[in-house]
Design a protein around this ligand. Structure first.
Ligand code: NAP
Length: 324
């Protein structure tokens, strides 16, 4: 299954691969050999979109992806991001033109490629007009360093202003059965402008797969410990959501992860989710979601999940960086 991202000519396989957890976010780094084998298997199975960011690691996730695609660049649509200040201690953004120009050089070097296919601003910098940031990204397109421009977690106004400076190919935002905050205002603006959607954390950071019961399962350094939705009270309360996903999955002989992905593919024909995994076993399972056909009844049942979800997505400081 191929899907178009945006209206500038970018086409990718309908499910991509999020590479973050191989080096960052969810506790210990993945086993490097298995992570690289996972990327290779993804490419063998027809995945084209690989997602990373300068901030993952920091830097080491881009290096890992760079090593994995060595000799296999053809057919890969490489997406990375800049704009989060590395080592700032708390979430801080730098969307200045100078940082865009400096960051792209680092990403190109670490990924060991001549051009980045899709370059995102990771979070909008409130101190820099979006016109200036995207103006600098446009210059990177003109210089042949990046091919397409993306924005992550922006609101409709930022998107419209940015799109006037240079066509935006994709917005990457959290979107899943339990996180549908973009539907009200961002998604309509994206559709009006012909901007594609790349849903991140489509498995609810693993929760919607049914694999997580309590925060005791998180090893030291797991970022989910900081998220209200992943405290023990909310993790227990939200098991009722997983029960719905499991029930639907049971009817299809599918897994909850497959249902979570099939729901996105069905509800948003312009979306290319990027489930993250560092293991081939989950990769195989997740890619098979394309053959799960949900019925109208399934969609109605699954559609109840978001409004039943307990717990905020982010703590206040991180929530502030997300526009709606
Ligand atoms: N733009 C942004 O601000 C932003 C923010 C977050 C993420 N992202 C991107 O989005 C990608 C995906 O998001 P995510 O990794 O946060 O969340 P996700 O894809 O919703 O879930 C990933 C988690 O689920 C586990 N998992 C994957 N498949 C599974 C399966 N079939 N059964 C059970 N568990 C499974 C993974 O385990 P293992 O890793 O141990 O295999 C990992 O812990 C990231 O890799 C990153 O590229 C972007």
């Amino acid at each position: 299954m191929t899907r178009k991202l945006g209206t500038q000519g970018l086409s990718v396989a309908g499910i991509g691969l999020g590479c973050m957890s191989m080096s960052h976010g969810y506790g210990e780094r993945g086993d490097e050999a298995e992570s690289i084998a996972t990327i290779h298997r993804a490419l063998d199975l027809g995945v084209t979109l690989l997602d990373t960011a300068e901030a993952y690691g920091p830097y080491t996730n881009e290096e890992l992806v760079g090593r994995a695609i060595r000799g296999r660049r053809d057919g890969v649509i490489l997406a990375t991001k800049f704009g989060i200040v590395i080592g700032a201690g708390s979430l801080k953004m730098d969307g200045s033109p100078a940082n865009a120009k400096k960051s792209v050089e680092g990403s190109l070097r670490r990924l060991n490629v001549e051009v980045i296919d899709l370059y995102y601003l990771h979070r909008r910098d409130p101190a820099v007009p979006i016109e200036e940031t995207v103006g600098a990204m446009k210059e990177l397109v003109e210089a042949g360093k990046i091919r397409y421009i993306g924005l992550s977690e922006v609101g409709p106004e930022t998107l419209r202003r940015a799109h006037k400076i240079h066509p935006i190919t994709a917005v990457q935002s959290e979107y899943s059965l339990w996180e549908r905050g973009i539907e009200e205002s961002v998604l309509p603006a994206m559709r009006e402008l012909g901007v594609g959607l790349v849903p991140f954390s489509p498995l609810g950071r693993g929760y919607l797969t049914g694999a997580l019961q309590s925060s005791a399962e998180f090893v030291a350094g797991d970022f989910r410990r900081n998220l209200p939705r992943f405290n023990d009270q909310h993790m227990a309360a939200n098991q009722k959501l997983v029960a719905i996903v499991k029930q639907v999955a049971g009817r299809h002989g599918a897994t909850p992860a497959q249902v979570a992905l099939a729901w996105i593919l069905a509800v948003a024909p312009d979306a290319v989710p990027i489930p993250g995994t560092r293991r081939r076993k989950y990769l195989d399972e997740n890619l098979a979601a394309v053959s799960v056909r949900l019925t109208d009844g399934d969609m109605a049942e699954l559609g109840r999940i978001a409004s039943m979800t307990e717990g905020d997505r982010y703590p206040p400081a991180m929530a502030q960086a997300v526009e709606r």
